[in-house]
Design a protein around this ligand. Structure first.
Ligand code: COA
Length: 428
């Protein structure tokens, strides 16, 4: 491992390279800034990553032609660039991303910019708060450049041998923190309905957004919950501290929280630091459907932007406007469906845009991408209740979803469902 300044390290990036950027709270900002400083000398550098926390200077309009981001999940700081056509989006199951980086696969990497702890006594570095796809990037990239940071938490469950790292840049910098999604009365009501579907001893996956956080807040009366997820945030900490989350009844990794990454405040970074009760693992493990299904009573709670009356779930786009990503939604919905006693849940407020739009639609908006298919969907929860669509006809589904739509749209949904033949009439 060669120790260089950030400027000398980033001088190794060449025009046309594909560069992986470590994501989430592990985004190596000093390396990213040094890369952006080289923009005048570079063109057509593809920067591949999931969501990153903190500023994203490589996505500024002035970077067009120098860098082009390929989003494997569109984070808030990348949304505008994608929607303006200055960045690309690759829809992909989170579990499949590591394999994309292998030589000969769709996205072989020239450079990986990663963020690690200093090596331990055995010569291993920790990828800290974000193992997810970073382990594969570190293994497969032609050149690995690492920010080595004494403030990065050392997490259990994985190891990057220091000899995988070609160039290290020693910079101690605090991790970017991200605020928790604010709750709403609708999210709180959804949290209550979802909590009623969760048995003591269940193992939880919580997706991204306000709704999963509200579900966590509603679980204070449960016992012996476990966690097998791809991400977790501060919302989990009160449940661990109060003894609700023990993992005691987990069939797989009893007593241990399994995740791929964590984002949030310094409190969560401190919690995972050298904590053998938390293992962060790559997403081709955490999100592998067979691994998820090996958990008993696996409850997967994922949010959505809209759903049609047949049960097609839209989560990564609003019409043709690309919004987020597939992430682990399908991995976990399918894994929970196959788990003994599993409960796959799509949870969404009944309305959007301040109550002006029904998220339960007769038909999905033109251009929307279906993330969870109507074959995969099981429980759907809004603030008006919970319904299980699995094994139900289109006619039954339409009726069930109208029951949990916002009351002001139930009549128009009923009329549209009738016109579409969903209520037993002739198809148009
Ligand atoms: N039509 C128009 N606008 C819509 C809409 C719709 N059908 N649905 C949502 N919106 C708007 C909302 O009003 C909101 O805008 P506002 O803040 O201006 O009001 C915005 O779009 C975001 O919607 P919201 O539901 O608040 O987003 P969220 O932060 O709760 O995240 C998902 C929800 C679906 C985007 C998020 O869970 C996701 O990306 N899921 C896919 C991946 C996944 O589930 N992974 C699982 C594990 S991480």
């Amino acid at each position: 491992m060669q120790v260089l300044s950030r400027e000398d390290a980033l001088a190794h990036v060449r025009s046309g390279d594909r560069v992986y950027l470590h994501g989430g709270a592990a985004t190596p900002h000093p390396l990213l800034d040094a890369l952006v400083a080289r923009a005048p000398a570079l063109h057509d550098v593809e920067v591949v990553h999931m969501h990153t926390d903190g500023p994203a200077p490589h996505l500024a309009p002035a970077m067009e032609g120098h860098f082009r981001h390929n989003a494997l999940f569109i984070g808030p700081n990348a949304r505008q660039a994608v929607q303006e056509g200055r960045a690309d989006y690759t829809p992909v199951f989170l579990s499949d991303i590591p394999a994309l980086f292998a030589p000969g696969a769709a996205l072989p990497l020239d450079i990986a910019l990663i963020h690690v702890t200093p090596p331990d006594a055995d010569g291993n570095c920790s990828l800290g708060v974000s193992v997810d796809c970073a382990l594969a990037a570190a293994k497969d990239a032609r050149l690995v450049i690492a920010q080595v940071n004494r403030l990065m938490p050392r997490t259990h469950g994985h190891a990057v041998p220091a000899d995988w790292i070609d160039i290290s840049v020693e910079i101690d910098s605090p991790l970017p923190e991200s605020p928790a999604s604010e709750t709403t009365p609708e999210a709180d009501a959804i949290g209550g309905h979802v909590a009623a579907l969760i048995e003591d001893g269940a193992t939880l996956q919580m997706g991204i957004g306000a709704v999963p956080n509200a579900v966590l807040a509603a679980l204070g009366g449960h016992r012996d919950l476990g966690v097998h997820t791809e991400m977790f945030t501060d919302g989990l900490l009160p449940l661990v501290k109060s003894g609700v989350v023990t993992g005691a009844r987990k069939r797989l990794h009893p007593g241990v929280i399994i995740s791929a990454f964590t984002v949030g405040s310094q409190a969560i970074f401190d919690f995972v630091n050298d904590n053998p009760g938390v293992e962060l693992r790559p997403v081709d493990y955490t999100n592998n459907v067979d691994v998820i299904a090996a958990n008993n009573n696996m409850v997967a709670v994922n949010a959505a932007l809209s759903i049609d009356l047949t049960g097609q779930v839209v989560s990564d786009s609003i019409g043709p406007r690309l919004y987020s990503g597939i992430g682990g939604q399908v991995d976990f919905i399918r894994g929970a469906a196959r788990s003994e006693g599993g409960v796959p849940i799509i949870a969404l407020p009944s309305t959007a845009r301040g109550g002006s739009i029904s998220r339960i639609c007769a038909e999905i908006a033109a251009g929307s991408g279906v993330v969870t298919t109507r074959g995969d969907v099981h429980w759907v929860v809004t603030e008006y209740g919970a319904r299980n669509l699995h094994g139900r006809t289109i006619r039954e589904r339409a009726g069930m979803l109208i029951e949990i739509a916002h009351p002001k749209w139930r009549a128009s949904l009923e009329e549209a469902a009738g016109q579409l033949g969903y209520l037993g009439g002739r198809c148009p």
